[in-house]
Structure formats: C-alpha cells, structure tokens
Design a protein around this ligand. Structure first.
Ligand SMILES: [Zn+2]
Ligand SMILES: [Zn+2]
Ligand SMILES: [Zn+2]
Length: 105
C-alpha cells in the first residue's frame, strides 16, 4: 500500500498578505538577522527559516499552531505543513500570489 503523506489543512487556507514585507517580524523588532523568509498562510506572519539563527517561522507555528507556511523567496512558490511535514506545491496554495513581484518577463 502506498503511503503518500498528505496535508489535511489546505481547507484552512485563506488569502493573506504579508504583515511585514520588509522581513521577519520579530527580527525587524529586535534587530536580528535572517537567512530566508517564510510567511504563515493563515495570518500573514513573516518569520525566518530554520537556517536563520532564531527560526521565527517555526516559533510562530509553536506559539500559534498555524501549520501552513510558504516561502517568500523570489521565484519560490512552495509551501510547508509543519504538522504533516509535507511540502506543498504552489498550485495547492490556491490564491498563491507570490508576495514579491516577479522580475519582468
Ligand atoms: Zn497539513
Ligand atoms: Zn526572525
Ligand atoms: Zn500565523
């Protein structure tokens, strides 16, 4: 029997806009640095990835229980579910407008 992990949280997706387009919300406040940015798909919180010193995206999940996030890196449209530990395709993220404008075609 095949066992493909599947995210059961996609119904919770709503259209959100990044609360802080400039960077990680907590790092901006504390003057910290981040490596990559992740946006919570349930409330628009912007946090830093697990390669960043403070891992605010993961901390946001632990504090709020919001399991879905997406990459905010230019050209990346994948997402991640912290609960199911599965990667989500950009097409699964429905509204899925990339937060950063794509470079001109
Ligand atoms: Zn899920
Ligand atoms: Zn941060
Ligand atoms: Zn959130």
């Amino acid at each position: 029997m095949r066992n493909i992990p599947e995210c059961t949280h996609l119904d919770a997706l709503t259209e959100v806009t990044p609360r802080t387009r400039q960077g990680c919300e907590e790092c901006l406040r504390s003057g910290g640095r981040w490596v990559h940015l992740r946006m919570c798909l349930l409330c628009g919180h912007v946090g830093c990835c697990d390669s960043s010193p403070q891992r605010h995206a993961t901390e946001h999940f632990q504090q709020t229980g919001h399991p879905l996030m997406r990459s905010m890196e230019p050209g990346e449209d994948w997402g991640w579910c912290y609960v199911d530990q599965v990667e989500l395709e950009g097409s699964e993220l429905r509204f899925s407008s990339a937060p950063a404008p794509a470079p001109g075609l």
